[in-house]
Design a protein around this ligand. Structure first.
Ligand code: PEP
Ligand code: MG
Length: 600
């Protein structure tokens, strides 16, 4: 059948047409790595730990098994036994030691050995037990692999659309390097880190596909429209032609948008807002500059940690920061300290499995626990600060105690540098992300301790509305216009201004053009966003009148629901920026002409 249609969430704009490369979630990539003799005990421990977790998982299922199914619990019990089977367990430990190889490889070798033995057995019952072994081994391999951050792109030799159940931010970075046309995932939402990264890298993406991705077959031609969330499988010639035209128009549109990107973000009555870029990788610097950013408002440094299995050295970090600072000069760069945990994992920082990673040992909490990790990063930022204008931003701060701990540690790092005669910017500005509801409630107290705020709406909305940002089943509840969210933003801005400090916004909301009038009207000083949308936001701001935006905010603060706020905002946009609702130009494709201000 031709032109089969799937619908997901458009997570990164652009159109791709090409063969599907379906990453089988059922297949675990076995990463093979030699280890040094001194690492044998640690590797064995990693294996024992993974088996322990698998045992607990099976144990938990056994406990929960309903009475009427109890008779089937034998299979699970046998799985438990197999985990500790001599041929699997002991042999893997032995192989790690004898061959000095990682646990995944050793376990794979043990299973292959059992396979060869079973292959000679005629008895079908015994041969079926092999399937059980494979099942439990796969569980352990998955658990081991979760710290490996690897994706198997073997067998992919031409540009293609990667289709997967889910992808980690690390997988997405790898794709950038592999020249992938687009990606489609069954899981995820617009604000999951994988989606953010796809936008930063300019890879079209559709996430959270309704009814999943099972219908997509390997090598089938598919069309991905990252703007509308449409996916078309086995397109006929007419459809391919139609989308090729759309693709071309989109490219022309982007070029034209970039052309005006250097104009300032100033309202008609002269109110000016700083527009900066969020960035993750050094490869994005040219795009940040060409899209008219007045600096980097959020450098998500965790992506430097994805590059290798080892922690980056202070020198590596220093060189990366210095490069960004020098290339962006004279504009400022806000460097955020490491924010791993939650939905971001890196191989070099091992984190325990957590039931609720978003509420777990993440970001500043992890850095305050792993002080060595934090120390190196702070030294690298301070050293790089002499090469341009730098500010430091701390993520996920929940209250004053954390700020005081961070500041005390930073003073120690500064003392160490002073003693060693290493120069740094003595008056470097410190800021915190406002992304935890408690920080909003005490924003007046926090504002006395720092030089600026940066509101992280991705997490703030997640925590305020209790919706997991990576869970597609609740992504429809992601509602930036919820009065609870609007009031939190307003409270934070007011607290900052009362204390005489600046306030920025760097969550995805800052880059959704329709919200710009509200943020302007609240008096936000800086908006930081994916570079691609900067020209559009600037254009909208140039069409606004500041006083009208203030009046809009006065009205929406009185509104009692998200839909009421949406109505007021739509009405405002129609009156003040009608051009954004009307056909931009006959040359633009129809999806541009529909003019939803949500289209960035
Ligand atoms: C945010 O939470 O809004 C934010 C900008 O940080 P991140 O998306 O990296 O968590
Ligand atoms: Mg955040």
């Amino acid at each position: 059948m031709m032109n089969l249609h799937l619908k997901g969430t458009g997570a990164s704009p652009g159109i791709a047409i090409g063969p599907a490369f379906v990453l089988e979630s059922g297949k675990v990539k076995i990463v093979k790595r030699r280890i040094s003799r001194s690492d044998v005990a640690q590797e064995q421990e990693r294996f024992v730990h993974a088996v322990g977790v698998a045992e607990n998982e099976i144990g938990a299922i056994l406990e929960d098994i309903p009475e009427e199914l109890k008779e089937h619990s034998g299979v699970l019990k046998s799985h438990l036994l197999m985990l500790k089977d001599r041929m699997v367990f002991d042999r893997t430990l032995q192989t790690i030691e004898n061959d000095c190889i990682n646990a995944e490889w050793a376990l794979d070798k043990a299973v292959k050995h059992i396979h060869s033995l079973f292959a000679q057995v005629k008895d079908s019952y015994i041969r079926e037990r092999m399937e059980d072994i494979e099942y439990v081994v796969k569980r352990v391999q998955v658990l081991l692999a979760s710290s490996e951050e690897e994706m198997n792109l073997e067998g992919m030799d031409e540009p293609c659309v990667v289709v997967a159940q889910e992808l980690s931010p690390a997988d997405t970075v790898q794709m950038f390097k592999q020249n992938i046309l687009a990606f489609v995932t069954a899981a995820g939402s617009r604000t999951s880190h994988t989606a953010i990264l796809a936008r930063a890298l300019g890879i079209p993406a559709v996430v959270g596909v309704e009814h999943g991705i099972r219908g997509i077959s390997q090598d089938d031609t598919i069309i991905v429209d990252g703007l509308t969330g449409d996916i078309i499988m086995s397109p006929d010639d007419d459809t391919i032609e139609k989308y090729t035209e759309k693709q071309q128009s989109y490219i022309r549109y982007r070029l034209e948008v970039i052309h005006n990107s250097a104009l300032p973000a100033e309202t008609r009555d002269g109110y000016r807002v700083k527009i900066k870029a969020n960035m993750e990788l050094l490869e994005e610097i040219p795009s940040v500059i060409s899209h008219g950013a007045e600096g980097v408002g959020l450098f998500r440094t965790e992506f430097l940690y994805l590059a290798s299995r080892e922690l980056p050295s202070e020198e590596t970090l220093y060189n990366a920061y210095r490069e960004v600072i020098e290339r962006l000069s004279p504009y400022p760069v806000t460097i955020r300290t490491l924010d791993v945990g939650g939905d971001k994992f890196v191989s070099s920082v091992s984190l325990d499995d957590e039931i609720n990673p978003a509420l777990g040992l993440r970001a500043i909490r992890l850095c305050l626990k792993e002080k060595g990790l934090f120390w190196d990063q702070l030294r690298a930022i301070l050293r790089a600060s002499v090469h341009g204008q730098v500010r430091i931003l701390f993520p996920l701060v929940s209250g004053r105690t954390e700020i005081m701990q961070v500041k005390a540690l930073l003073e120690q790092v500064k003392d160490e540098l002073r003693e060693a005669g290493v120069p740094f910017d003595e008056s470097i500005k410190l800021g915190i992300m406002i992304e935890v509801p408690s920080a909003v409630m005490v924003a007046d107290i926090l504002a006395r301790e720092v030089d600026f705020f940066s509101i992280g709406t991705n997490d703030l909305i997640q925590y305020a509305l209790a919706i997991d940002r990576v869970n597609e089943s609740v992504s429809h509840m992601y509602e930036p216009l919820h009065p609870g969210v609007i009031r939190m933003i307003h409270t934070s801005v007011t607290a900052a201004h009362n204390a005489g400090i600046e306030v920025a916004m760097c969550g995805e909301m800052a880059g959704e053009s329709m919200y710009a009038p509200i943020l302007l009207g609240m008096g936000i000083d800086e908006l930081s966003m994916n570079a691609l949308v900067i020209p559009k936001i600037k254009r909208i701001i140039r069409r606004c009148v500041y006083d009208d935006c203030v009046e809009l905010v006065r009205r929406i603060l009185d509104a009692s629901s998200g839909s009421e706020i949406k109505y007021l905002l739509d009405d405002f946009l129609r009156h003040h920026c009608p051009e954004e609702f009307e056909p931009l130009d006959e040359r633009y494709p129809e999806f541009m002409k529909t003019g939803s201000p949500l289209l960035n």
